[in-house]
Design a binder for this molecule. Structure first.
Ligand SMILES: Cc1cc2nc3c(=O)[nH]c(=O)nc-3n(C[C@H](O)[C@H](O)[C@H](O)COP(=O)(O)OP(=O)(O)OC[C@H]3O[C@@H](n4cnc5c(N)ncnc54)[C@H](O)[C@@H]3O)c2cc1C
Length: 468
């Protein structure tokens, strides 16, 4: 190891890279982290997770969305909300998160190298300085690739970043449109569709698949589709986009979207969100002996090793599940493996948080998967409106659904739609991690009044369905 400049060189400072680097530093290794952006934090802090969740919070606050159930549809904290109002909060949080991340790396003596990395061989990386001042080479005994993804751009779409744009451009929007088309109803498309709809923007959400978010429990998705329609979102599912053209008329600059079915949609702006491609184009991984697939992603084994054992890959660049949360854990696990530190982790039992309005969170298997696998189950449900806390906060639409094994009563899945879903899900996740049964919730005292009480009510409902 002593012959190399670094024990560990991490490429990319998003959640996966940060955690990998910090883990290396905690093991007293000489660690460098390379980042080609001017700031650390990756897609997560700069253009993806953190900005989108902060925008959502700003929308919910300023539009008074959470309070409308109690005070009526006309209630709002501010009329005529502007992009400036939304960005005020976002800028503050993004700046703070960048600072916290940078400080954490500094405190742990991780050397931050502001450069674009590309492999020269399996132990050597060329670093082209971001300020264009030059280049130098760095060697390391272990290298972790954590370069994330770029939004996939269809070459036939005339992107201008303003009228036809990708999610990375949202923070640059000059004004809120009156109407907007969202092409691609994946997690990002659904989140932004519901966020802008809550502001009163008339949204058309288009996807070639016949269902929104096919990996989520169908009952939860039916409820989401209902709420989107309530917020005047038009769903065009099972429809393929064949072209998009910007045009100008007496109403100003707009976009016309052509569907393969012959339909046309006209909107002020269009968000194109059809997925992401591994950020490996400039990395020259082939020089290290590492291959990528047709979407730029790197295949790894269960220890996050590529075909070259000392070169690891973690985070979105390896594909599914492409979440900040799982990326962090992968970074930690890869470095522990590289330096022979034993770990115990249950990375397969991870929750999904989908920050649509209303919010969705889910862990474990859903009804469709269990039916397909021939596993007998029963369901227990609780609606927020049955729970005192649901009434207090005015969320009458929330739903928590437990799925448990018919014979063993083991908890198999938790699916939640409504306020606080992404926090509540962890109670179910913990019970599942310990192989807990539905009776746990019946026999446990919960704080009152809380949304967590839904677990108890849903458990009683499930046990009643067994005819007991
Ligand atoms: C709009 C949106 C919303 C999202 N919301 C959520 C959410 O709510 N919850 C959630 O868990 N996940 C969410 N995600 C996903 C989450 O952002 C990603 O899973 C996460 O950022 C992946 O982390 P990463 O470290 O793998 O990559 P990234 O965060 O993409 O970071 C990779 C870094 O590598 C750098 N890099 C790339 N190539 C090079 C190179 N050659 N040299 C030097 N540096 C390089 C890049 O500049 C970048 O900074 C969202 C994503 C988007 C787009």
């Amino acid at each position: 190891m002593g012959d190399y400049e670094y024990d560990l060189l991490v490429i990319g400072s998003g959640p996966a890279g940060q955690r990998a680097a910090i883990q290396g530093a905690k093991l007293d290794k000489r660690v460098g982290i390379v980042e080609r952006r001017a700031v650390v934090g990756g897609v997560c802090i700069n253009t993806g997770t953190i900005p989108s969740k902060t925008l959502r919070e700003a929308v919910l606050h300023l539009s008074g969305y959470r309070e409308k159930g109690l005070y009526g549809a006309s209630y709002a904290v501010k009329q005529n909300i502007t992009m400036g109002d939304l960005l005020f909060r976002t800028d503050h949080v993004v700046r703070h998160e960048i600072d916290v991340t940078r400080h954490q790396l500094m405190r742990n003596h991780v050397e931050v190298l502001a450069a674009e990395a590309s492999f020269l061989d399996a132990h050597t990386v060329r670093l082209n300085d971001v300020d264009g001042r030059g280049q130098h080479d760095a060697t390391a005994s272990t290298i972790v690739i954590a370069t994330g993804t770029n939004a996939t751009r269809d070459a036939h779409i005339p992107f201008d970043g303003r009228r036809i744009f990708i999610s990375d451009d949202i923070l640059q929007l000059d004004r809120l449109p009156r109407t907007m088309a969202v092409v691609g109803a994946g997690v990002v498309g659904c989140e932004y569709a519901s966020l802008f709809a809550a502001l009163g923007v008339r949204i058309t959400l288009i996807d070639k698949r016949p269902r929104l978010l096919p990996f989520v429990d169908a009952e939860i998705i039916d409820a989401l589709a209902y709420h989107l329609r309530q917020n005047r979102v038009t769903l065009r599912l099972g429809e393929e986009v064949s072209g998009m053209e910007p045009f100008e008329d007496e109403h100003g600059e707009r976009v016309r979207i052509h569907l393969a079915s012959g339909k046309q949609i006209v909107a002020d702006k269009a968000l194109h969100s059809i997925g992401r491609t591994g950020a490996t184009q400039e990395l020259n991984v082939q020089a290290a002996g590492v291959a990528t697939d047709d979407r730029g992603r790197i295949r790894v084994n269960a220890n996050f090793q590529t075909q070259v054992p000392h070169v690891y890959a973690v985070g979105d660049v390896i594909g599914f599940p492409s979440l900040a949360s799982t990326s962090m854990e992968q970074g930690r696990l890869a470095v522990c493996h590289a330096f022979a530190v034993k770990t115990k982790s249950v990375p397969e039992l991870f929750p999904y948080g989908i920050y649509t309005i209303p919010e969705i969170s889910t862990v474990g298997r859903n009804e469709e998967a269990l039916t397909e696998q021939g596993i007998p189950y029963e369901v227990g449900k609780a609606h927020y409106r049955e729970i005192a806390r649901g009434q207090i906060i005015g969320d009458s639409t929330g739903l928590l659904k437990l799925i448990f094994h018919l014979d063993t009563r083991e908890l198999l899945g938790v699916h939640i739609l409504g306020e606080g879903a992404s926090e509540l899900v962890h109670i179910g996740q913990a019970v599942m991690a310990f192989g807990g049964k539905i009776e746990y919730f019946v026999n446990t005292v919960f704080n009152y009044p809380t949304l967590a009480e839904c677990y108890k009510t849903a458990a009683f409902d499930g046990i009643n369905r067994l005819g007991m």
